[in-house]
Design a binder for this molecule. Sequence first.
Ligand SMILES: NC(=O)C1=CN([C@@H]2O[C@H](COP(=O)(O)OP(=O)(O)OC[C@H]3O[C@@H](n4cnc5c(N)ncnc54)[C@H](O)[C@@H]3O)[C@@H](O)[C@H]2O)C=CC1
Ligand SMILES: O=C(O)CCC(=O)C(=O)O
Length: 390
Amino acid sequence: MFKVKTLNNISQEGLSLLGGNYIITAEDPNPDAILLRSFKMHDMELPESVKIIGRAGAGVNNIPIEEYAAQGVVVVNTPGANANAVKELVILGLLLSSRKVISGINWAKSQQDNPEVDKLIEKEKAKFAGQELTGKKIGVIGLGAIGVLVANAALSLGMEVYGYDPFVSVESAWGLSCDVKRALSLDEIIGECDYITLHVPLIDQTKNMINAERLKKAKPGLRLLNFARGALVSNDNIKAAMESGDLACYVTDFPDQELLQLDNVIGIPHLGASTAESEENCARMAVHEIKEYLENGNIVNSVNYPDCYMGISSTPARIGITHKNIPNMVGQITSSLAKDNINIGDMLNKSKGEFAYTLLDVDSKVTLDSIDRLEKIAGVLKVRIIKNEN
Ligand SMILES: NC(=O)C1=CN([C@@H]2O[C@H](COP(=O)(O)OP(=O)(O)OC[C@H]3O[C@@H](n4cnc5c(N)ncnc54)[C@H](O)[C@@H]3O)[C@@H](O)[C@H]2O)C=CC1
Ligand SMILES: O=C(O)CCC(=O)C(=O)O
C-alpha cells in the first residue's frame, strides 16, 4: 500500500487512476509521494518517507527541485498537459487588451436600472473602440508547449508572428509553423512588436527579463501578456512604462495589489490552467508518473533526475538508487552486489547534471544487509527495493 499526500485540490478523475493500492491523504505525516499544483513547498519540511513529488502542471518554481534532488527525491511535472488551456486564455488576453470589452461590459451593467439604456448605447460606444489583431506583430517569448500553440494560433488570427527561444527543443521546432519568423534576441523584436507574450519558466536567467531598459525600447502602445510567472516583469517597470505611454496594457495571470491599482492592467487570478480538461490531463499524467516510480522505479518527465525506463521487472528483485553523478558509482554499486553474490540481470544508469539514477534488476532476493551496504556508499542518496521475491 502506498500513501499519496495532496497539497492542492487535484482532479478526482486523475486521482481515481491511483487504484486500490493507494491511500490518498491530505494529512499523513509520512507519505510515499506528494501531489500538488501551485502549493509553495520552499518553506515546507519534507518527510524522509517521500520518494517522489508530482507537480500536476508545468512550472516548478514553487518546488526546491535542487534541494530535493540532493535528498534523493525525484520531482516530475506534466509537460504540455495544460498548454491548450493556457493558449486559449492567451487568445482571450489578446482580445481583451485590444478591444475595450471589459470597460464596455462594466458600463452596460452600470446602466441596468436605466430604461433608456438602449438609446444611449450608440452614443456611448465611441468610448470603447479598440484595435484589431489581424496584421499586427506579436513576439512569442519561449517556444515550448504553450509558446508553440500560441504562435500557431496567432498566425491563424492573421498576425505576423516572431518567436524567440534560444533553447527551443526539436519537438517544439517540429510543432511550430514555418510561417513563424525566428528572432535571435528579445531586443531585436521588442521595438517592432505590437504584442509580446511570455511563455518561459521562472528561473534565475528569466527573472525580470522584461526590464526597464527593454521597455524603453518597446514600440509605443505595446500590449504585454504574462501568463508565465509574475517575477518575469517588475511592477515598477510596468508602472513607469505605462506612465510614459510606452505600454498600453499589461495582461497578467499573476496580479498583486499594486498592479490591480493601475488602470491599464488586466489582472486574471491565475486561471491559465483552470479548465476541467487541463486539470484532468495534468492529474492523469502526474498520477501515471508517480505510479511508474513507486511501482516500477521508472522515472518519467523528471525535472531534477534523468528519465529512466526499464518497463516492468521480470527478475525476482528490482532496486532503484538515486545518487550523485560522480566517478565510480556504478563500479561500487555492482561490486557491493557481487560481494553479496547477487547477479545483475539488467541495469540502467542515467545522469542529469549533478545527480544520477541507477535501476537494477537482480536474479535473487536481496537482503536488508545488502541494501544497508549500498546505502553506505559515499554519494548514494536513497536506495529503494522496488520488488523483492524469492
Ligand atoms: N498561467 C498558468 O496557469 C500557467 C503558467 N505556466 C507557465 O508557463 C511556463 C511555460 O510553460 P510550458 O510552455 O508548458 O513550458 P515548456 O518547458 O514546454 O517551455 C518553456 C520554453 O521556454 C524556453 N526558454 C527557457 N529559457 C528561455 C529564455 N531565457 N528565453 C527564451 N526562451 C526560454 C525553453 O527553451 C522552452 O522551450 C511554465 O514554466 C509556467 O511558469 C504554465 C502552465 C500554466
Ligand atoms: O493552476 C495550476 O495548477 C497552475 C498552473 C501553472 O501555473 C503551471 O502549470 O505552471
